[in-house]
Ligand binder design. Structure first.
Ligand code: URA
Length: 278
């Protein structure tokens, strides 16, 4: 579809919403919803008056320029420090504008176990570190049950932690498919540089994105998967697969404590796998 045709479709869709009384929509940027902002009618007139614009193509229309840039930056990073700095420079994800800090990692990069969560929340955004709020405190207790501590210097007792997204989605909303797609080259390169022996995929967003699966977390847990990067340019660097296990996110356990027994079973699986490495 051409950009002009896409623009026409956007105008028609927005005009339809405006006709049906939808006056405001949630955008990535924070807005004052105590006021009537009239986003929809104003978008219709802005788009109608503009020349065909550079619209970031949705995933189903092909990879956007931002995606190509993300892949280039991620694949070109030779160290974790380089990856962190190219990510900090990357402007393709609008969440960066509303976030206070970028959240890259915590823990010991030499640890054999790497955990990947979903996205920073309010506490993580403030402190610039993953899993430091209420769900992070529960996560630390769960990991302690199998002898893992992110502050431990001895790699064999430590763990390395990151997230799919590096900036907080406003209001802790679920990351959009486009945000996950743009973040994937970075987290896949992150995993490639750390080279963990075991990956823990914490929550449905992480499990689905890194395993390239559409099933929910309840179906993806309980079994070992072989993680491999999906980003073609990273596959060209290394195709080595890593045993990966998915488990429930601690924020879900805070809401549904009865499910802790299932996570305990997942932790025992991980402990057993770790024994094979020692
Ligand atoms: N939830 C996540 O998935 N990651 C964090 O860093 C914090 C909360």
């Amino acid at each position: 579809m051409s950009r002009a045709a896409l623009q026409q479709e956007m105008i028609q869709a927005l005009a339809w919403y405006a006709d049906h009384g939808v006056r405001d929509i949630w955008l990535d940027e924070a807005q004052d919803h105590t006021k009537l902002i009239e986003t929809v009618p104003s978008l219709v007139s802005q788009i109608s008056q503009s020349q065909p614009v550079e619209v970031a193509a949705p995933a189903f229309l092909g990879k956007s320029d931002a995606y190509e840039e993300a892949v280039k930056l991620a694949a070109g990073a030779g160290t974790l420090e380089e990856l962190q700095s190219v990510l900090a420079e990357f402007d393709g994800i609008a969440l960066k504008k509303t976030a206070t800090n970028m959240v890259f990692c915590d823990g010991n990069p030499k640890a054999p176990v790497m955990l990947v969560g979903e996205a920073p929340g309010a506490d993580e955004d403030r402190q610039g570190k993953p899993f430091v709020g209420a769900s992070g405190q529960l996560l630390d207790k769960i990991l302690a049950c199998i002898g893992l501590d992110r502050c431990e210097e001895d790699p064999s007792k430590s763990i390395y932690i990151s997230n799919i997204l590096n900036w907080r989605p406003p209001g802790n909303r679920t990351p959009s498919p486009a945000e996950v797609e743009l973040s994937l080259p970075f987290i896949e390169r992150h995993i490639q540089l750390v080279q963990p022996k075991i990956l823990i995929l914490c929550g449905g967003v992480s499990a689905k994105a890194l395993l390239n699966r559409s099933e929910g977390i309840s179906r993806l847990r309980k079994t070992w998967h072989q993680y491999k990067p999906q980003t073609k340019e990273l596959v060209a660097i290394s195709t080595e697969s890593i045993p990966a296990i998915a488990t429930y996110h601690p924020s879900y356990l805070l809401r549904s404590p009865a499910q802790k027994k299932l996570v305990w079973a997942d932790m025992l699986e991980i402990a057993q796998k770790m024994n094979n490495f020692t």
